[in-house]
Ligand binder design. Sequence first.
Ligand SMILES: Nc1ncnc2c1ncn2[C@@H]1O[C@H](COP(=O)(O)OP(=O)(O)OP(=O)(O)O)[C@@H](O)[C@H]1O
Ligand SMILES: [Mg+2]
Length: 225
Amino acid sequence: MADIICVIGNKGGTGKTTLSHMLCQGMGLLGQRSVCVLTDTHREPLDPAGRRYLIADARSREALARVTDKIRSLKAWLGVIDGGGNRTEMDRRLYELADLVLLPFRDSHEDLRTVIRDLEMFPRAYAIPTQWPTNAWQREAAENAVAQLLASHRDRILDPVFSLSASKILLQKQVPAGLPTPLANACRAMAHQVVDLLQLPLEEGIIPWQGAARQAAAPPMAVAA
Ligand SMILES: Nc1ncnc2c1ncn2[C@@H]1O[C@H](COP(=O)(O)OP(=O)(O)OP(=O)(O)O)[C@@H](O)[C@H]1O
Ligand SMILES: [Mg+2]
């Protein structure tokens, strides 16, 4: 049966939509079929042309039920549901139906406070640092803040998705042919984390570019014990 991943969290602008699309694109690059599901009533569906995944519009309660039933009925597919900030009831519903829940957060104390609350509210969820600083000093400061404030949840923090200007390409209505290599690598690295968490049986060797992400990925985030 297909797996469903929900990308949620109480705070707006943390990178839920970007992460959902990066994850789907990365899955496509690894040979895994996926659907990126829009639930945010303030956004329009994006054009699927040129992407390595499908797009589903589930902006109403009925559409969400239909789309999740359809995904569940497909063998070996993944559904990635992009939540919308400030919708606690919706987040609770998505949490209940998900096999894996991701809570993106940025390098700010406000995001950290919010993600701590979300981690406590959603005990199966994983937090994932997004738009993470690439500058060494800023990164160290960000990691120190996480180590201090999220110490008791350190087993539930994934490797960061770094700040990458090209990530906005995936949120364009239409994507250009051929994505920049750093974006493709970041998408694969993200997808690999989820493959590991869900223990997805990828068919190694079939996709020629598979495996490159591990080498390209930045080192795991150090969170002090
Ligand atoms: N890894 C990244 N690197 C650089 N910019 C990013 C990254 N992830 C997200 N952004 C930028 O941050 C902004 C917010 O991202 P996004 O729309 O994905 O957040 P969101 O959580 O879906 O927001 P909302 O709560 O409004 O739905 C966008 O301008 C996006 O381009
Ligand atoms: Mg969004």
